[in-house]
Design a protein around this ligand. Structure first.
Ligand SMILES: NC(=O)c1ccc[n+]([C@@H]2O[C@H](COP(=O)([O-])OP(=O)(O)OC[C@H]3O[C@@H](n4cnc5c(N)ncnc54)[C@H](O)[C@@H]3O)[C@@H](O)[C@H]2O)c1
Length: 335
């Protein structure tokens, strides 16, 4: 198997996760990591026996590196991805793809123009609950999907951990609908298909330091006539992450996604239902798997499973939801 040399740009929480995961995948050599904060880059490089640089352009000049994993903040994804593509490197960019459609388009164009692969880290496609729910819907055993509801709710970001300045600015993070819910938007679109309009309400109640709503209820009209509702919130002290899909022949209910004692309940209108314990669904470690699949696409010269078009669609739906919150009107897609 051909070994693929990889560079990691951004050595914060997710960059460390990507680098460690890449290191654990057979046939990947993490050659170099980069961060503006030297201590972070140096620590990660030491842990993985890799080199480190502060300026990512130096990493892009390294001939041993065929692909980059980008885990800088969202507003930096496009400039780094475009530079990487121009340097002939295949690109894995963390979600959200970028906070604007112009930046998403620039990333797609740069990859096409330079003949490199582009994928986005919409890792929920590799999670046990998300992939099982989608598989059941797509199998058709319950008929066509009619209504999908997903909630991902929690408290406000507080000091430490995820409370970094860029997350509080929509121009840098894309707001919660991108920075957090790119995953759930992609999950809903992956399960029910393309979205043709978005109607959303929201407000700002608790996370008042940010410049975007901290709660949004976004209803989605899918092209296949199904409807969806995303409940995105930073104002819940109880929190939770789960949902349901009602199809024309029955329903799927997932009270949470994490496992434990929870089950996915599948109940047709006619006949017996069943429960699938989430803990019994065997999937490979999701971050390792998304990287392995990306690197396989490079090796086999095939299209990545998750494309720039997928990443852009999640951004477009989030932008439409924010527009709808502002205007009070449904927003048709494409924007
Ligand atoms: N897939 C997931 O579940 C998941 C989870 C967390 C974060 N993320 C995504 O990963 C990305 C990073 O998030 P994070 O939590 O690691 O943020 P973070 O703030 O912890 O890390 C970002 C790092 O990028 C560095 N950086 C900024 N500009 C740079 C540049 N020009 N060159 C090199 N490094 C640069 C910063 O110094 C910082 O260390 C975001 O897009 C976020 O949405 C994904």
């Amino acid at each position: 198997m051909e070994t693929i040399g990889v560079g990691v740009i951004g050595c914060g929480g997710m960059g460390r996760s990507l680098a460690n995961s890449a290191h654990a995948v057979e046939g990947i050599d993490v050659i170099c990591v980069s961060d503006l904060q030297e201590a972070l880059a140096e620590k990660l490089a030491t842990d993985l026996n890799a080199a480190y640089v502060l300026d990512y352009h130096e990493l892009l000049a390294d001939d041993q590196i065929q692909a980059v994993l980008i885990a800088a903040p969202p507003f930096m994804h496009a400039p780094i991805a475009v530079d990487a593509a121009k340097a002939g490197k295949h690109v894995f960019s963390e979600k959200p793809m970028a906070p604007t459609l112009q930046d998403c388009d620039a990333m797609i164009a740069a990859a096409e123009d330079n003949g490199v692969k582009l994928t986005i880290g919409l890792v929920c496609r590799y999670h046990a609950t998300h992939s099982k729910v989608r598989e059941i819907v797509q199998s058709g055993e319950l008929g066509a999907p009619a209504c999908m509801m997903v909630h991902r709710i929690g408290g406000p970001w507080r000091s430490g951990g995820s409370y970094v300045p860029w997350r509080l600015e929509s121009a840098k993070s894309g707001g919660s609908l991108m920075e957090i819910n790119a995953h759930e938007i992609d999950f809903m679109r992956w399960t029910c298909g393309d979205v043709i309009s978005v109607y959303a309400v929201g407000g700002q109640y608790v996370q008042t330091e940010s410049d975007y709503p901290d709660v949004v209820l976004a209803s989605l009209q899918f092209a296949n006539s199904a409807v969806g509702l995303l409940h995105s919130s930073h104002i819940s002290a109880v929190g939770g992450y789960g949902g349901r899909v009602d199809c024309q022949g029955g329903s799927i209910y997932f009270p949470q996604i994490w496992g434990g004692n929870a089950t996915i309940q599948i109940k047709p209108f006619d006949g017996e239902g069943r429960h699938i314990p989430i803990a019994d669904i065997n999937v490979p470690p999701p971050v390792q798997e998304e990287i392995r699949v990306f690197v396989d696409a490079i090796r086999n010269d095939t299209a990545p499973l998750i494309t720039g078009v997928d990443g852009r669609a999640a951004v477009e739906i989030a932008l439409a939801a924010y527009q709808s919150v502002e205007s009070g009107q449904p927003v048709p897609l494409p924007l």
